[in-house]
Every structure is written in structure tokens, then in C-alpha cells.
Design a protein around this ligand. Structure first.
Ligand SMILES: [Fe+2]
Ligand SMILES: [Fe+2]
Length: 243
């Protein structure tokens, strides 16, 4: 999805059916062209297997905080998992703030559209993402962890969500297109909080579990709103004029 810069906008000519004669030529050319290298996808798989078998992990956790109650190895391992997932949510909520900032920027530039979120709706959701980020920051510190650590799961969350941010900050994307990718973010957000609630409950951190449940309530609302705005705007565009 590269920007076309100042080039004039032309019609979409990607479909082969726009020119059946040239399409035949293209197929013929492809059939006669020799591959640039030997082998197919199996060679790629073999090469990947070589790297996989080297067994390098995707990042690591720093030394764990030593807690008085949790000094057994198993407890330390459980704490490492908890901190890794807390760090992941922290990264995701931080990104959530930036996603809604980008949406706000877009809607301010384009003007509010109906159906769709109001500027106030966007500020409200972005504010809750920020509250979640701050709450997680505190939770990690309470456990003796370091909120500035980028854990393996936080790293993966950041990489996985890069495309979402790209769509939001692309000057050409429309509000419904942004809502489509925000749906991916909010679905992940909801599932992420559910898992954290399970973890906190399992490890006996009841105060945290309650805070996470409140965050999940917000996230359920975000998800429902994004779903509704998206479906309303798509249906509006696809509406058959019956008059
Ligand atoms: Fe969130
Ligand atoms: Fe959210």
C-alpha cells in the first residue's frame, strides 16, 4: 500500500479482465519464463527449518523480582508468564492510545460523518486506553517488575499490530476502512483482558483481577461501538435506493 504521491488518480487496472487480449499474452509470457531460481516453496520451508532448529527464542524476560511468598521455582515461572502478558497488554494499550489519536486526527481532518463515531466518542475510547495503560504500569510495578521492559509477548504484539497503525495513518484510508482494522485491535484487546483476568485469578491477585474486569467492561463497549459504526457505515454505502 504505497502512496502514489502527486500522481493523478487512475482507475484500478489490476484485474486481468480489463484487457482479455493482453491477459492472454501475460499468461503466455509467464508460462514461457524460466523461474529465477531452482525449487519451489519446499526450498523456502527447508531454509526456514534450518533457522527454526537453531532454537533462538524471540526475546527473553529479565531477571524476575524475588517475592517473599513466591520463592519456589514454579511460582517464579508463573510470575514470569504473568509479567510477560502484562507487558504485552501494556504495549497494546499504549498502541491503542496512538490508534485512537490517529483516528481522531483523521476524523478532525475529514469532519464527523454519520454513521460513524463522533470526535467525543473517539476521545472517550482513547482516554480509556490510556487509563488501562497507566493501570497496567502500576500493576507491573506492584509486582516488582519494570514497566519499561519489552517482553517477548510485547515485542510480538507490537510487530503484529504494525499493519493496523499503517492503515490508520495512511492519508488515503477512509473512516470505515480504519474501523475495519480497529475491529481487529478491539477483538484482540478483549481476548487479551480475558486471559489476564484468568491469570490474575489463578495466581490469587484478586485486586488486580477486579481492575482487569473493569477494563474488560470498557473493552466490550469499545468492541460493540466499533462493530456498530463499521456495520452501519458499510450498510449505508451498500444501501439500495428503493425510492
Ligand atoms: Fe485496550
Ligand atoms: Fe479498546
Amino acid at each position: 500500500m504505497k502512496s502514489t504521491g502527486a500522481q493523478p488518480v487512475r482507475g484500478n487496472r489490476t484485474g486481468m479482465q480489463t484487457s482479455p487480449e493482453l491477459a492472454e499474452e501475460l499468461i503466455e509470457g509467464a508460462a514461457n519464463a524460466a523461474p529465477s531460481s531452482d525449487g519451489g516453496s519446499e526450498i523456502i520451508a527447508e531454509s526456514r527449518t534450518d533457522y527454526i532448529s537453531e532454537g533462538f527464542p524471540l526475546g527473553s524476560m529479565p531477571a524476575m523480582p524475588v517475592s517473599e511468598e513466591a520463592d519456589a521455582d514454579e511460582d517464579q515461572a508463573a510470575m514470569a508468564v504473568f509479567l510477560d502478558k502484562l507487558s504485552e497488554r501494556l504495549a497494546f494499550e499504549r498502541m491503542g492510545v496512538r490508534l485512537y489519536e490517529a483516528l481522531l486526527n483523521k476524523c478532525e481532518a475529514l469532519g464527523e460523518t454519520k454513521p460513524g463515531p463522533t470526535l467525543e466518542d473517539i476521545r472517550h475510547i482513547g482516554g480509556e486506553e490510556l487509563d488501562h495503560f497507566l493501570m497496567l504500569n502500576e500493576a507491573i510495578e506492584t509486582l516488582g517488575g519494570d514497566p519499561t521492559v519489552e517482553s517477548p509477548s510485547a515485542d510480538i504484539a507490537a510487530v503484529a499490530s504494525m499493519g493496523i497503525m499503517q492503515v490508520l495513518t495512511d492519508p488515503r484510508s477512509s473512516v470505515p476502512q480504519c474501523l475495519q482494522v480497529l475491529l481487529t485491535a478491539e477483538l484482540t484487546d478483549n481476548a487479551g483482558w480475558e486471559l489476564l483476568i484468568e491469570l490474575a485469578s489463578n495466581l490469587g491477585y484478586d485486586d488486580m483481577r477486579e481492575q482487569f474486569e473493569t477494563a474488560l467492561t470498557h473493552e466490550e463497549e469499545h468492541l460493540q461501538n466499533v462493530r456498530d459504526w463499521l456495520s452501519d457505515s458499510v450498510m449505508e454505502k451498500a444501501r439500495v435506493d428503493e425510492s
